[in-house]
Design a protein around this ligand. Structure first.
Ligand code: GDP
Length: 469
């Protein structure tokens, strides 16, 4: 299929959703102001009818790939891109000449934050290693999630480069010349390089942009696929749990992040905010599959054990998978250590196996699950409804969009722009508006989300000519 066809198909999903966000929000605002009971009822019917028509539209859009004749190609391309990436990463991490003879990087997982945060730190290092074609040696002794180290949980990132070969590492500013360089935290890298997140490798960028709605999330998912290859015991553990809970699809994954996050880095979100979108997903799913009979399943991951009771009481027609014991181990006072690690790995695993995610992208747990999900689903970019942030990588280079339709400000706090202006985006309010600033005219504030589209960053990276598949 042509690049333009695939992009247009995805664009229609995005536009339908933006239309629905905007209109629903505006209709609700009008309804809230009504005082007459009859008017209120009438308006409620309008809102419900609009919502239902939106879902019918989305169902049709989501079914296009079943009938357009390109799905076999997509599946093939999805598999071959993953095969290529994994072969490159294996080659990268296991140099044919002795490791001491090659330029290499070292990276310490111990950032002193949560699992998702520490994994993203390691992935930022791995991204640089990939981009420059030098193996990464991961330091992990004293890791707060498993003090004996990463390699007990996951397979060693390299079979012939070990920790002793990371000694005497130089600092980042010598990365072009020194033999061993320690990669610092992403925020400590100055000047920025264009190959850092959210860049994708230039040499395969056309293939990625054609197949994936979020090529960077896919790329990150591939780095994780290699780095987080489970040890046999972990694989067994996951398999057992899978059978125990009788994991079945369709299933929607929700991640309810509470405890230390609420009020510091994120707002409190009631279970109803998640379930509204879960309900939407299932009605749409039914429209997509009119003859299918299914149980409405939700995989619930949370660090607040009370959410289980709340969810099960308020939504009796749903089956909730998930584990209060895991949630207990996820609370701040019990968070670190191997038991808690097993819990978060389990939750991320099942979230990533879900058909759709509803979660706060401010949480790294949710972003890791989404990234891992991209390994499995073809074009999984749309399979999420974030409740707060848009997708991002912490410490990323500027996140830009391009104005595709010019705009004259009419709403309060809006700014005007011309087509082709570059807009630095700071978030989508999921009500039709995004927040950002126009890099061309210097204005900032709100803008209609549907008038801008994502710019994919493309970085010149090592091209792995040694790998021919
Ligand atoms: P963030 O703080 O939400 O951005 O994500 P981090 O992964 O950096 O830190 C949060 C940590 O809290 C996780 O790594 C887990 O240890 C724990 N946690 C948060 N949410 C969950 C959850 O849903 N399930 C489990 N098992 N642990 C969680």
């Amino acid at each position: 299929p042509a690049l333009e066809y695939e992009q247009l198909r995805r664009k229609i999903e995005t536009h339908a959703r933006e239309l629905s966000y905007f209109t629903t929000d505006q209709l609700n605002k009008i309804s809230e102001k009504l005082s007459d009971a009859d008017d209120k009822l009438k308006w409620k019917n309008v809102i419900e009818r609009f919502g239902d028509q939106s879902r019918v539209l989305l169902a049709s859009i989501r079914n296009i790939t079943n009938v357009d004749g390109y799905q076999t190609w997509r599946e093939h391309e999805h598999r071959s891109l993953s095969k290529l990436m994994q072969a490159r990463l294996k080659y990268l991490q296991n140099p044919v000449t002795p490791c001491t003879d090659v330029k290499r990087f070292t990276c310490d997982i111990n950032k002193g934050c949560g699992y998702g945060c520490e994994i993203h730190h390691a992935i930022h290092c791995f991204h640089i290693a990939y981009a420059l074609g030098r193996p990464m040696i991961l330091q992990s002794s004293g890791w707060r999630y498993n003090p004996s180290g990463f390699d007990q949980i996951f397979q060693p990132p390299s079979l012939n480069c070990n920790k002793s070969m990371a000694s005497g590492a130089s600092s980042w500013n010598t990365y072009k010349t020194a033999d061993v360089v320690k990669i610092p935290l992403i925020d400590d890298i100055h000047p920025r390089t264009e190959f850092m997140p959210m860049s994708i490798p230039a040499d395969i960028s056309e293939r990625l942009i054609r197949l994936y709605g979020n090529p960077f999330a896919w790329f990150t998912g591939q780095l994780m696929k290699y780095l987080l290859r489970p040890q046999d015991w972990l694989m067994e553990f996951m398999k057992k749990k899978f059978e125990q809970i009788k994991f079945e699809t369709p299933i929607v994954g929700i991640h309810v992040r509470r405890t230390d996050k609420v009020g510091t880095e994120a707002a409190f979100h009631d279970i109803s905010e998640y379930m509204r979108h879960v309900e939407d997903y299932y009605i749409t799913y039914q429209y997509q599959n009119p003859n299918s009979k299914f149980t409405k399943r939700v995989y619930l991951a949370t660090d607040d054990p009370s959410v289980f009771n709340d969810a099960r009481t308020k939504y009796p027609d749903y089956v909730f998978y998930g584990d209060t014991v895991v949630a207990q181990s996820a609370q701040l006072n019990t968070r670190y250590g191997t038991e808690s690690l097993k819990g978060v790995l389990l939750d991320i695993h099942f979230l990533s196996l879900s058909d759709y995610l509803v979660c706060t992208f401010s949480s790294q747990v949710c972003r890791v699950a989404y990234e891992i999900m991209q390994q499995r689903v073809i074009d999984g970019a749309w399979r999420v409804q974030p409740l707060d942030d848009v997708y991002y990588f912490g410490g990323q280079n500027p996140h830009n969009q391009r104005a595709v339709i010019s705009h004259k400000a009419i709403w309060p706090n809006e700014f005007s722009f011309e087509r082709d202006h570059i807009i630095g985006t700071e978030g989508n309010h999921w009500n039709g508006f995004s927040k950002g600033s126009d890099k061309t005219n210097g204005q900032s504030g709100l803008y209609p989300s549907y008038k801008a589209e994502e710019i994919v960053n493309i970085g010149e990276m090592y091209t792995y000519p040694e790998i021919q598949i």
